[in-house]
Design a binder for this molecule. Structure first.
Ligand code: AMP
Length: 456
């Protein structure tokens, strides 16, 4: 097995990956890093969850450092385009982690938030810019961003970009870049429109491919429980009292949510620890070591803080909150059911999260069996699932829970309910569930309109 050292990474990067607790490169990293260090363009077929961010961030940081001779205000030398603000924020966060021992400035920009703080940061100068296409072009148009010195261009999740209607924006951005540059394109799938796009700007690319982590999903027993938001802690406490809960990882969407949940668990005399970005490195390391040794059997984590949790024998993963990004779900539940062991992933879904649940089911190609036999079952939340499917979404036959499980515990969701009258009443399905499926543009806007940047 290749090590990071064998990949000829420089010392500050080796220290950074060690700090992240990465033991060895993932397959996409082992393939891409040498190619990128050798100056090749790359066409990568890999999903989020495979370690692809480090696969491009580490070599680009190295190349940047080795050619970082210019003095004065930094110019944008690496441009990463990402379809969503969540992914953009995650990528920039990863650059920050990997570049912690380097003197390089990085910034993420996306729409739906005020532009002033972004403009202020741009004025100071950045080396690495991670952006969603709309805000990037906006700020280019206003003269705050110049792309004339970009040496490395990364187009991430290209298939999602095209799905979201970004093709024209991408072409506009490419026209603004200097001719001579190194290009990378990553996509979960490579349909003809992606290969065409790749052909239009990659130069003799090396192709790297890894199988998606979703292949592991089948080994994991998944359940969804519909519950009102306020009842989630009680449901969790009930679930945790079951003897099978040997080593449990619970995901929340925010740092604040993780803290609050740990307090609620502790109050119910359930020992648990939290790890998230606001905890010091020492506290995180202690919590992880405790989880590893079995001293702590319940860990509450946010997605970003959970990177580097490399613990076998996790019996249960709980999605206390569902992630907005469906790939994150696969990544989260992949923490259990490792090394051929069985694992259970339980997701709590309240009425506001049904759209997230549907995206997840679409990605994994299956409906997650529903468990209704618990004291906090919410039919409001379950009914909120029954929204008109977006165009092209074929209803699938209901999948029952795994064989051997009492059938009464897994029930199909109800048939679609008639559209509610205007004006939300108490107990009605959440607003989102009544909306028509959004256009790609509108979806993009919606994705970028809630600020989660600093919540992880
Ligand atoms: P990505 O596919 O880039 O979104 O990465 C998925 C997750 O894998 C992130 O939480 C990374 O921190 C983590 N990761 C990336 N590379 C490694 C590695 N070599 N070893 C362990 N975890 C990794």
């Amino acid at each position: 097995m290749t090590s990071f050292k064998q990949l000829k990474l420089i010392d500050p990067l080796l220290r950074a990956v060690a700090q992240e607790n990465y033991q060895q490169p993932t397959p996409i990293q082992a393939q891409s890093i040498p190619l990128l260090l050798a100056g090749r363009d790359i066409l990568g077929c890999a999903q989020t969850g495979t370690g692809k961010t480090a696969a491009f961030a580490l070599p680009l940081l190295q190349l940047l450092t080795q050619s970082n001779a210019a003095q004065g205000k930094p110019a944008i030398r690496v441009l990463v385009l990402s379809p969503t603000r969540e992914l953009a924020a995650q990528i920039e966060e990863s650059f920050g982690a990997y570049a912690r021992y380097l003197k390089l400035r990085h910034l993420v920009i996306f729409g739906g938030v005020k532009q002033n703080p972004q403009v202020t940061a741009l004025r100071r100068g950045v080396h690495i810019l991670v952006a969603t296409p709309g805000r990037l072009l906006d700020l280019v148009g206003q003269g705050y961003i110049h792309l004339g010195q970009v040496q490395f261009f990364v187009l991430d999740e290209a298939d999602r970009m095209l799905d979201m209607g970004f093709i024209h924006d991408i072409r506009k951005v490419i026209k603004l870049l200097p001719e001579k540059r190194q290009n990378l394109l990553f996509s979960a799938t490579l349909p003809p429109d992606i290969t065409r796009l790749a052909g239009s700007f990659l130069s003799n690319p090396a192709r790297v491919e890894v199988s998606p982590p979703s292949s592991t999903v089948d080994q994991i027993e998944q359940r969804v429980m519909f519950v009102d938001r306020r009842d989630k802690p009680s449901l969790l406490i009930e679930q945790l009292s079951q003897p099978s809960m040997a080593r449990v990882l619970i995901f929340t969407r925010t740092k604040h949510g993780a803290n609050r949940l740990v307090k609620q668990l502790n109050k119910a005399r359930i020992p648990a620890a939290a790890i998230h970005g606001n905890k010091s490195q020492n506290v995180r390391r202690r919590a992880l070591a405790g989880f590893h040794s079995g001293e702590i059997s319940i860990l509450v984590a946010t997605d970003l803080a959970s990177r580097g949790i490399d613990v076998e024998n996790i019996s249960h993963v709980f999605n206390f909150d569902l992630p907005h990004e469906p790939e994150v779900y696969i990544h989260r539940i992949g923490r259990t059911g490792r090394a051929g062991l069985s694992g259970v992933a339980i997701s709590f879904c309240d009425a506001s999260e049904t759209a997230d649940l549907r995206s997840i089911e679409r990605l994994i190609g299956n409906e997650i069996p529903v468990y209704t036999e618990h004291a906090w079952h919410s039919s409001d939340a379950m009914t909120a699932v029954s929204v008109p499917a977006p165009a092209g979404h074929k209803p699938r036959s209901r999948r029952r829970s795994k064989p051997g499980r009492p059938p009464s515990k897994a029930r199909p969701r109800p048939k679609p309910t008639p559209a509610p009258k205007p004006g939300r009443q108490a107990g009605e399905p959440a607003r989102e569930s009544r909306k028509k499926p959004a256009s790609p543009r509108r979806r993009r806007w919606r994705r970028s309109s809630g600020n989660q940047r600093n919540n992880q």
